[in-house]
Ligand binder design. Sequence first.
Ligand code: 9G3
Length: 566
Amino acid sequence: MRMSKLLMPTLREVPAEAEIVSHQLMLRAGMIRRLAAGIYSYLPLGLRTLKKVENIVREEMDRAGALELLMPALLPAESYQASGRWEVFGDSMFKLHDRSGRDFCLGPTHEELFTETVLNEVRSYKEYPMTLYQIQTKYRDEGRPRFGLMRGREFVMKDAYSFDLTKEGLDKSYKAMFDAYCRIFTRLGLDFTIVDADSGAMGGSGSQEFMVKSPVGEDGIAYCDACGYAANYEKAECIVSEKQFPEGDLPLEKIDTPKAHTIEELTEFLGTEPHVFAKTIIYKADDKYIAVMVRGDREINEVKLKNLVGCTDDPELAAPSVVRELTHAEVGFAGPIGLEIPVYADKEVTFMKNFVVGANETDRHYRNVNIGRDFEPDVVADLRLVEEGDVCPRCGQQIKTAQGIEVGHIFKLGTKYSDALGLKALDENGDMTSVIMGCYGIGVTRCISAAIEQNHDENGIIWPRSIAPYQVCVVPVNYKDEQQTEAAEKLYEKLLDSGLEALLDDRAERAGVKFKDCDLIGIPLRIVVGKKIGDGIVEFKERTMPEPELKSIDEAISAAVDYFKE
Ligand code: 9G3
């Protein structure tokens, strides 16, 4: 492609709207342009990379035996109403009406549609197992779209759905997708970690997320270098870590703690460590209220709480008016003693001795509280958030934490959708049974952002060679020098003839501008045609190499061909 003809509106300055590097560089490199919050146009360079990512996903899904379909994005409400999800996702679902007033939505995900397709089109149980997939634009009206393609309201997802007659079959389909995902993210040049994850609203028997470690990732990861354990922050199992407490069963005392609402104020006032205090937080779980206790130096894990309580909606903090009604005290003085609602305690609370809790009286606390004598929790479970330095639940070594970008998420769904939509088939005993499903997502456009977050420097993008928009760029140093421009043309033609995706920077610009643009858009190889062309020598430079190598024209061509053979 001649760059004098390429629509590549590079920017010198970082647009104010972009907070993270990948978003800044995609705008500066002229890859995408924002149309509205979370909605982007793909200019030529952005579209070329998007298609390369899609094709790698497609190749590996096909290799894994999955069949590609394409579903509509404009969907009648009925499918989601049948599964009960029409209301569940509230404002996140883009809903609209057609001219006759009929309810439609822009598809956010397609469990229902794929289940219906199999229901309508698969005639015999002999056709199972099957895995179907699509690479398609999804729509979700995110409350906080941000970070460019990282969290958009319109984005490209590969979503796959497996259909089996037995649990063993699901395990096999799931493993095939797991292996395909490992190949996909490896080919995309992403350094990824696989973490055990919560299945959330999807239900089912477990899920795993493919995470790209990055400080701008929205998900927390807890992992152990020693044994390879890795889990999403929300799911990570916590081991009790004991702390020092005063010995013996000291007598219970009610004490004045004026205005000591928070841990900090309380420990300051009492001159104790945070861990001597047990927090009691009142939650609304669906239509009931519960008290949740964790040690003062810990945080409550609301995903674990939701899964333990089994509530439909996310548990939320009780309103101050409710707290006052239930505890007869201002917020900040709640405690388990004399409370009328169920008390859920994190395991670590049962190891506390002579500790401090709210007295359910404003400005009053109890100290020297002991479980058994003073109160009994109704439920004891792992309810706290994992922390850096915790003990690994698998091998006992140190847990580390990191942020991650979720680029893939695979679920063992079970029969949630096949039950809801009536997808049944004969099993080996000749009985009609609900088909067992899995679902598997990849954030295709999000992978582009993740690749840049992991591969860039101060000059711009460093594309993994498999998804670079072009592979090699030929740059004549002096566009007024006929010998250089003609040699550059010839070299460019030879590279094309060798099957490479080549750019020729034939713009009437200074060499420095050309070099800067070539680095900014992240082209893996650059071949410079300068004064040495008189001796048949060119400069051959990989994007990550500090200095170019001198090569003959033919050596440069074969080196470029070899570079992309890997
Ligand atoms: C919705 C809306 C937002 C959503 C969903 C549905 C997330 C929704 C979870 C999934 C699960 C899997 C198939 C591919 C793999 C992931 N946000 N999820 O279901 F209606 Cl508005 O999408 N889907």
